[in-house]
Ligand binder design. Structure first.
Ligand code: MN
Length: 203
């Protein structure tokens, strides 16, 4: 029996990120979209197991593509939820301590970081993410942008902050104004979680 992924609960209420991200968006995004990635990853693992047992013929390339798409969808959303918190209750403001120092070292200032990370998110063509990673080899944060959510790993670079700019993440509230969503999103960024992820990446 293949191991299975499970949908983690949100670390806050569905309406906790309002008015920046609506209860309706959070409910659909978590319960439908994220859940579909969990179901899809488990289905792909099951197909691979059946193929090994000789009870199912598969197109291995197609199944592995599904697996990659769905595992990354699951992992990225799991990070995304914890990267956020209710505005004023852990969300928003600016990073402090070691995280702030690292951002200032690598981007010049927190404002310059927000500008460039926001630009990366706004410039995603179609569905994708803006991600902040840490590369221990050069001791630096690294910004990246991904299309969709699979085949995007920079090998060994852990993600410390991610922003989902798929239309399902904002369209119901912001319609086609992705830039407005990206700018509003800073109000719910949980810098403490980002700092924790950076600490772990540095170890
Ligand atoms: Mn999403």
């Amino acid at each position: 029996m293949a191991k299975t992924y499970t949908l983690p609960p949100l670390p806050y209420a569905y309406d906790a990120l309002e008015p920046y991200i609506s209860k309706q968006i959070m409910t659909l995004h978590h319960d439908k979209h994220h859940n579909a990635y969990v179901v899809g990853a488990n289905a792909a693992l099951d197909k691979l197991e059946k193929a090994r047992a000789g009870t199912l013929q598969i197109d291995v390339r197609g199944v592995l593509r599904d697996l990659s798409f769905n595992i990354d969808g699951h992992k990225l959303h799991s990070i995304f939820w914890t990267n956020m918190a209710a505005a004023g209750k852990g969300g928003g403001g600016n990073p402090t301590g070691k995280l702030a120092t690292q951002i200032e070292k690598d981007f010049g200032s927190v404002d310059k970081f927000k500008q460039q990370f926001g630009d990366a998110a706004k410039a995603v063509e179609g569905s994708g993410w803006a991600l902040l990673l840490y590369d221990a080899e050069i001791g630096s944060l690294v910004l990246t942008q991904v299309e969709k959510q699979n085949f995007m790993h920079l090998a060994e670079l852990p993600i410390v902050l991610g922003l989902d700019v798929w239309e399902h993440a904002f369209y119901l509230s912001y319609l086609n104004d992705k830039a407005k969503y990206v700018d509003a999103w800073w109000n719910v960024v949980n810098w403490e979680d980002v700092a924790k992820r950076l600490d772990k990446a540095m170890k």
